[in-house]
Design a protein around this ligand. Structure first.
Ligand code: SF4
Ligand code: SF4
Length: 82
């Protein structure tokens, strides 16, 4: 999944772009639910949140790298599409 770093300025631009509703406002900054983030696999070629963030604070989470197969599986589980 992707992760939002503490450089987030709470601009709210990314939240409506997420096709999986994985982004929400946390206590201090916006957060990504790793169980819902498919890195946009199944929906878009590129992570949509990364595309729109004005301060580039949404990198890939190096502690949670997933294979394409794992991401597709998550997409199918979330949407019921196979
Ligand atoms: Fe949502 Fe895609 Fe960003 Fe993951 S990469 S949080 S699925 S917009
Ligand atoms: Fe934070 Fe970037 Fe999302 Fe704006 S677009 S709320 S700065 S993560």
């Amino acid at each position: 999944s992707l992760i939002i770093t503490d450089e987030c300025i709470n601009c709210d631009v990314c939240e409506p772009e997420c096709p999986n509703e994985a982004i929400s406002q946390g206590d201090e900054i916006y957060e990504i639910d790793p169980d819902k983030c498919t890195e946009c696999v199944g929906h878009y070629d590129e992570p949509q949140c990364q595309q729109v963030c004005p301060v580039d604070c949404i990198p890939f989470d190096e502690n949670n790298r997933e294979s394409k197969e794992q991401l597709i599986f998550k997409y199918e589980k979330l949407t019921g599409n196979t």
